[in-house]
Structure formats: structure tokens, C-alpha cells
Design a binder for this molecule. Structure first.
Ligand code: C2E
Ligand code: CA
Ligand code: CA
Ligand code: CA
Length: 273
């Protein structure tokens, strides 16, 4: 690929990246074996439109390593997926999120799920057990799966169906960035489409992006789903989203991901409907 007469026997940059990956893999294994004490969840609020009331929070994994510092999920989730550790992280995240959300009545909790977790034949049973053991109401749980779920065929269709039977809601995450097929989406029993923030970023200045997002929202409504906009960072983006009928919003404009005790305060401050 680098052309003739070009040797790539040793690429110091690649070598450093690989060493870093192996280190993260090793450290992740170690912390999972030690009870995942270095992992924690933060929570980012979601609000409804047009009323802007608190709808729920999305649980986002955080890893605080004593020597390496904070490791971002974009760094360790892909490695967890490659190594199979995502199953343990997924179960940890779901259980921790349900336990935290028991303190927050009447709001939803969204938990990210990797499609690779579906390959575990016990996946649905494990979700059922976690719901049972924590006593969390499945009607307040949203499982967020990325669009790749649509590429992975009958297995994921069946699992999504079984999850719906447990009474949980399903959201398609990062909508518009990956393998999208409206035909496949039609066959899936999905409750929420989360429109990726790359489409929200320029929505207040780009007519094209605005019309695209409007079309996604209209499609969602036609299919009986709700649309959530991710990555809302300013008031003019919010105005656009309100104008084109977006159902829910999430982003730094409202709040960054926050610790659980700050969600306690949000829930207490909530105006009585
Ligand atoms: P995601 O599920 O799309 O989560 C939203 C990400 O966007 C979060 O990054 C959040 O902090 C960030 N974000 C939210 N609002 C804004 C905004 O207004 N502007 C900008 N620029 N960013 C915003 P985070 O926490 O770093 O997570 C990155 C990704 O890691 C998540 O993307 C998700 O795919 C994955 N992830 C996190 N926790 C878990 C987990 O427990 N399980 C799995 N499977 N994946 C997870
Ligand atoms: Ca998500
Ligand atoms: Ca997303
Ligand atoms: Ca993402």
C-alpha cells in the first residue's frame, strides 16, 4: 500500500499504539477481576420538548485509573469489544445504572449496550436477572444500541424482540452515522431514534442539515417512534429542534455528564407537573 521500494518493517508510532492498547487491555482485565472498583458511571440528563422537563438520564462509563488517569470510554470500550470484556462491562453498567436509578422515581435511565453483548446466549436472561435482583421497573429502562444492530440480522431482531417482552424500551444510538436501512428499521420494534450529533452541530446554520433532521423526525413519528437529538450545545440549535418537532434533547447546553449525587439534586429540584 505504501508503494514499491518502501519497507514498513518497524513503525514506531504503530508500536506505541499497540503497546498502549495491550496496557489498557491488561489494566481493564485487572480492574474487572478486582470488582470493577475503578469504573463508575456518570449520568447525562435528557429533556423533553417543548416543555424542557427532565425525561431521564443516560449512564456513561468512566474509568479512573490511579496511574493512567481518566481513560475515556472511546478508548476502552472498543478494546473491551475486541477482547470480549464488553460482556462484563455491559452487565456491570446495567446493574450499576439500575441501582442508581432506584433513587430517581419517574425518570428514565438509558444504558448503552454493545451489539456484541447479544452474542452471549444468556444475554436476555442476564438482563432479566439484573432487573429482578435490583427491583428496577423495566418500563423506565432504555437500552441504547447502535445502528450496527440492523446489519447483524436475525439474531439481533430476535434479541430486541425478547428484550421488548421484558418491558424495556429500545433506542437506536448514533442514528445516521453507520449502516442505516429504513427497511430494516421498519422491521424492528424500536421506541426511540437518537440522531447523532454530527447532524445537530450545524443545524442552526445549514438548511440541508435542518431538512435532513426534519425528515428523520418525520420518519420516526410515522413509524411510531420518538426522536432524540444528541449533542445540543446552544440555544439556536435548540430553537431549530423545537421548530421541527424534535421530541427530546440531550447535550452540553443542558448539562455535561454528572455524578449521581448531582442527579439527586436535579430530581429534587424538578417542578411538580
Ligand atoms: P454515546 O452513547 O453516543 O454517548 C454520548 C457521548 O457524547 C458521551 O461521550 C457524551 O459525553 C458526549 N456528549 C454529550 N453531549 C455532548 C455535546 O453537547 N457535545 C459534545 N461534543 N459531546 C457530547 P462519552 O461519555 O465520552 O462516551 C463516548 C461513547 O462511549 C458513548 O457514545 C458510547 O458509545 C460509549 N459508552 C460509554 N459508556 C458505555 C457503556 O457503559 N457501554 C457501552 N457499550 N458503551 C459505552
Ligand atoms: Ca448512547
Ligand atoms: Ca450517541
Ligand atoms: Ca457514540
Amino acid at each position: 500500500a505504501n508503494g514499491r521500494n518502501c519497507h514498513v518493517a518497524f513503525d514506531p508510532e504503530m508500536d506505541a499504539i499497540n503497546r498502549e492498547k495491550r496496557r489498557i487491555e491488561h489494566e481493564l482485565r485487572a480492574t474487572l477481576d478486582a470488582g470493577a472498583k475503578q469504573l463508575k458511571l456518570q449520568f447525562q440528563p435528557l429533556y423533553t420538548l417543548p416543555g424542557e422537563t427532565l425525561l431521564g438520564v443516560e449512564a456513561l462509563a468512566r474509568w479512573e485509573h490511579p496511574e493512567l488517569g481518566n481513560i475515556r470510554p472511546d478508548q476502552f470500550i472498543p478494546i473491551a469489544e475486541e477482547t470480549g470484556m464488553i460482556r462484563e462491562i455491559g452487565a456491570w453498567a446495567l446493574r450499576s445504572a439500575c441501582e442508581a436509578a432506584l433513587h430517581w422515581p419517574d425518570i428514565g435511565i438509558s444504558v448503552n449496550v454493545s451489539v456484541l453483548e447479544f452474542e452471549d446466549p444468556n444475554y436476555v436472561e442476564n438482563v432479566r436477572t439484573i432487573l429482578h435482583e435490583t427491583g428496577f421497573d423495566p418500563g423506565h429502562l432504555v437500552l441504547e444500541v447502535t445502528e450496527t444492530v440492523m446489519a447483524s440480522g436475525e439474531l439481533s431482531e430476535r434479541i430486541l424482540g425478547e428484550l421488548k417482552e421484558l418491558g424495556v424500551m429500545i433506542a437506536i444510538d448514533d442514528f445516521g452515522t453507520g449502516f442505516s436501512s429504513l427497511g430494516r428499521l421498519r422491521n424492528l420494534d424500536v421506541d426511540i431514534i437518537k440522531i447523532d450529533r454530527i447532524f445537530i452541530d450545524q443545524i442552526d446554520v445549514s438548511v440541508r442539515d435542518r431538512e435532513l433532521v426534519r425528515a428523520i423526525i418525520e420518519f420516526a413519528h410515522m413509524a411510531g417512534m420518538e426522536a432524540t437529538a444528541e449533542g445540543v450545545e446552544n440555544a439556536s440549535q435548540l430553537d431549530c429542534l423545537r421548530m421541527i418537532g424534535c421530541d427530546n434533547v440531550q447535550g452540553f447546553y443542558y448539562s455535561r455528564p454528572i455524578d449521581a449525587h448531582l442527579v439527586d439534586q436535579l430530581v429534587l429540584q424538578r417542578p411538580i407537573a
